[in-house]
Design a protein around this ligand. Structure first.
Ligand code: NI
Length: 190
């Protein structure tokens, strides 16, 4: 396994629409090795998720895992999930204001509207179908990662007047956001 370099905003690979992965390609040792590297890189950087084009491979694979995450301590845990060719479908129109950061956007956070209830369809790393419904902050994490595969960054969707560095977020926005995030999780789960 290897830790890969993470592309930073301004690199064109982050703006590429990633291409679908075929089942045969998914099964190759090279792709399986790539997925191991993606997970290891996500862990090393304390990310809640990481998309393949963030490590310079524009293919439709992303990893998500939240386990008492130090970057986002208020996020409910999500077991390690690898999504291949994911398709997200909102269940209804309800949205919430999520506060997001990104390993490809250094020292910036901002408020982004995300769907609260989301159907997730994908293949897992072994080619088995995933079909689940996710809610709340976890739904926000899925939308952020799949946006990467479509060449989108949270800054494209954020209200620029809410942008903050990580330390100014802590100082001025965190308390109010975490209170609202807790209320959302209590209402809809994760
Ligand atoms: Ni990101």
């Amino acid at each position: 396994m290897a830790i890969r370099k993470i592309a930073q905003i301004g690199h064109p690979v982050l703006r590429q629409v990633a291409r679908a992965v075929t089942p045969d390609e998914l099964a190759t040792p090279a792709t399986q090795q790539f997925i191991d590297d993606l997970i290891e890189t996500m862990h090393d950087a304390d990310g809640a998720g990481l998309a393949a084009n963030q490590v310079y491979a524009p293919i439709r694979i992303c990893a998500i895992e939240v386990r008492d995450n130090p970057r986002y301590p208020y996020k409910p845990n999500i077991p390690l999930t690898v999504l291949v060719n994911p398709v997200l479908t909102p269940i209804d129109d309800e949205q919430f204001e999520n506060n997001e950061g990104c390993l490809s956007v250094p020292n910036l956070r901002g408020m982004v509207k995300r769907y609260i209830h989301l159907r997730v369809q994908a293949l897992d790393r072994h080619g088995e179908a995933i079909d689940r419904v996710v809610h709340g902050l976890s739904a926000g994490t899925y939308q952020h990662e799949v946006d990467h595969l479509d060449g989108k960054l949270f800054v494209d969707r954020a209200d620029p007047s809410t942008f903050a560095t990580w330390s100014e977020f802590d100082r001025h926005q965190r308390t109010a956001f975490v209170e609202r995030a807790r209320a959302l999780v209590a209402r809809v789960g994760s």
